[in-house]
Design a protein around this ligand. Structure first.
Ligand code: CP3
Length: 347
């Protein structure tokens, strides 16, 4: 069986499909009343651990909006089930015992994701079945640094005090933990591919905590290993958020697509990474809380600019806000799909 809508995968490969493909980070989630209805009966992580419900939630935005790709409903933090770390949701994620020293690291288990995260792979199989080849399915993981930061801080952080204490104070321990996490992530992504995902996104949501020099020294080698070991069969989207000055460093990675956050103009991002890269992004998701005219204007500007890149996938520059009106999402998707590049019809 072949996919019916290949525009997203074509764009990943640097081709120009007839319409610019669009999917949205956090497209399945709390802004949808049908998601809230399911969540009213089950905790967030129990939802992540119930494959049939993951498939149902994954398809909710696909059924509503005609997006060009689905993203597996899960979370970057479920991978801790393969590391012997416990995470609660209260109502933001919290790690039960943050990992701060050598003894804490030694208590982690680093098991085989193929056996310990079976519910994720079952969810992928359930999603593929429910999608019935309508659109591709994107799998994902948190990047090594973002995953490590969660383990070490225990929750979200503003200054990353504990992560940086380890990184600058005990660089060997930090490097070993990054290495162990990366090994788990490699197995995790490979098993996602084996289960049927059509593409992968690596979320380095907390990349912006680091200076470009420290990112290059302490993070880039692990990301390179992750990309190199996983790449080959499905396209990899690398999304590092929070500091546009990291873009030139991130563009050295052997990925297929670069996610661009909203803190930089798409044109400036293309200038930095070069015209060969396929880029994904980068509307500020909060634009959706304003007027339709504002959304339309900024969306068209991004679509026009995207023509200058090696390929363009429309997306937000970060996850959708829970306060977004689903009708505005419909308007956005229709606006992107109606866009015809000026050059296409020019004589
Ligand atoms: O994009 C999708 O629709 C797929 C599912 C998905 C979720 N989280 C569902 C979710 C994906 C790809 C993620 C990634 C994720 N999770 C990231 C990276 C992306 C980013 O936002 O930078 C991060 C940092 C996390 C960790 C996480 N999960 C946090 C900090 C929170 C709480 C804060 C918040 O935004 O709600 C979550 C919970 C979460 N993950 C929800 C959803 C739908 C909300 C859960 C709920 O209350 O129902």
């Amino acid at each position: 069986m072949a996919l019916k809508n290949t525009s997203f995968l074509q764009a990943c490969a640097g081709e120009r499909p007839a319409r610019t493909p669009i999917w949205l980070m956090r497209q399945a989630g709390r802004y949808l009343p049908e998601y809230r209805a399911i969540r009213s009966n089950i905790s967030f992580f129990d939802l992540c651990r119930t494959p049939e419900l993951c498939a149902e939630v994954t398809l909710q935005p696909i059924n509503r909006f005609g997006l060009d790709a689905a993203i597996l409903f899960s979370d970057i933090l479920v991978v801790f089930d393969a590391m012997g770390a416990k995470v609660d949701f209260t109502p933001a994620p919290v790690i039960e015992s943050p990992v701060r020293c050598r003894a804490d690291v030694d208590r982690l288990t680093f098991g085989d994701p193929a056996t310990e995260l079976g519910y994720v792979f079952d969810a992928i199989v359930a999603c593929k079945k429910a999608l019935d080849e309508r659109v591709p399915l994107i799998g994902f993981c948190g990047a090594p640094f973002t995953t490590l930061s969660y383990l070490v801080e225990g929750k979200g952080s503003r200054d990353f005090q504990h992560t940086k204490t380890m990184m600058f104070g005990e660089p060997l321990l930090f490097g070993q933990l990054m290495e162990s996490i990366t090994t788990v992530l490699i197995g995790y992504l490979k098993q996602q591919i084996a289960s049927g995902v059509d593409a992968l996104q690596i979320f380095d949501s907390w990349a912006g905590a680091l200076s470009p020099a420290d990112y290059r020294t302490h993070v880039l080698p692990h990301l390179r290993r992750l990309c190199e070991e996983v790449r080959g069969t499905v396209p990899i989207i690398m999304f590092a958020r929070g500091n546009a000055n990291l873009l030139s460093t991130v563009s050295e990675l052997p990925a297929d697509v670069l996610g661009i956050d909203w803190s930089i103009g798409l044109g400036d991002a293309i200038d930095v990474v070069g015209p060969k890269w396929v880029v994904q992004g980068n509307l500020d998701p909060m634009t959706m809380l304003g007027s339709r005219e504002g959304v339309r204007k900024k969306t068209l500007e991004i679509l026009r600019t995207g023509q200058r890149a090696g390929g363009h996938i429309f997306n937000f520059g970060h996850g959708i806000s829970r306060y977004t009106d689903p009708e505005m999402v419909k308007f956005l998707v229709d606006t992107v799909h109606a866009y015809v590049p000026e050059t296409a019809g020019a004589s």
